[in-house]
Design a protein around this ligand. Structure first.
Ligand code: PEP
Length: 270
């Protein structure tokens, strides 16, 4: 059984005080659920780089959610002005890193370095959340599997079968046309691509790795549509942008993934 995973991508939002307030509120709610022995999915929050440092400051003994970064450089150190390395992330307590988000592929031309970033992350004990997904033009041209297959081949080229079999891979299917648009994929369409991704992982690394790999859906996820995605057999959680920014809305997603009816009285935004 794969543990569901709900990951928040805060993108370039929140200041240090806002992030501190939200980290504290989230931890309070999650630790209360843990104290009540409620089931929890794995929860990951990926704030902007500066706010990563809040995590060890606020939670020196650890927290109920894991820390993730939104990006990492493919070299471990060197003359790369403005960049952040994997060892810099792990020392802050980060356990995950988003790699190959479509906004980075689009704005920073990162397609060619995704494989090296994934390998570097794994080498430094970071679990990569590898983002793949097609544009609207590619979908309309019937090229979804070709695009996603090529992205996967590049991203996983340097991954070892041992790392894959140990469940060290998280793959987020994020159709570009669904990100930040309010137009989520249908659960059936997302499931079809998630099944394709799992088959690709099986082909490359074997059945055990395919079973161990968590596949997320991302793209305009909210508390109103998450249940449909989680009901699909190959979707193990979600990577969430806009709907993760409000702690109370994000907690509704966490509760849904835990199999609890979400608190409908909570703030409805997102
Ligand atoms: C994302 O940034 O990965 C994302 C899925 O954003 P949103 O939920 O806002 O579509």
């Amino acid at each position: 059984m794969r543990t569901p995973l709900i990951a928040a991508n805060w993108k370039m939002h929140k200041t240090w005080p806002e992030a501190a307030t939200d980290f504290t509120a989230l931890e309070g709610e999650l630790s209360a659920r843990k104290a009540a022995q409620a089931a929890l999915p794995d929860v990951v929050v990926c704030p902007p780089y500066p706010m990563l440092a809040l995590y060890p400051l606020l939670f020196p003994g650890g927290a109920s959610f894991a820390l993730g970064a939104q990006n990492v450089h493919h070299e471990a150190s060197g003359a790369y002005t403005g960049e952040v390395s994997a060892p810099m992330l792990t020392v802050l307590g980060a356990a995950y890193v988003i790699v190959g988000h479509s906004e980075r592929r689009r704005d920073f031309g990162e397609d060619a370095v995704v494989g090296a970033k994934v390998a570097r992350a794994l080498e430094h004990d970071l679990t990569p959340i590898v983002c793949v997904g097609e544009t609207l033009d590619a979908r309309r041209a019937g090229e979804t599997e070709a695009v996603v297959g090529a992205q996967l081949a590049a991203a996983l080229a340097a991954v070892t079968p041992e790392a894959a079999a140990a469940g060290r891979l998280v793959i987020a299917y994020e159709p570009v046309w669904a990100i930040g648009t309010g137009e989520a994929a249908t659960p059936e369409a997302a499931q079809a691509v998630a099944r394709f991704i799992r088959a690709e992982v099986a082909e490359r690394f074997g059945a055990q790795a395919a079973e161990a790999t968590r596949i997320l859906y991302g793209g305009s996820v909210t508390a109103d549509n998450l249940g449909g995605f989680l009901a699909e057999p190959d979707i193990d959680g979600a990577l969430v942008g806009g709907a993760s920014l409000d702690v109370r809305h994000f907690l509704r997603l966490v509760d849904l993934a835990a199999g609890r009816p979400a608190d409908r009285t909570a703030h409805d935004g997102g």
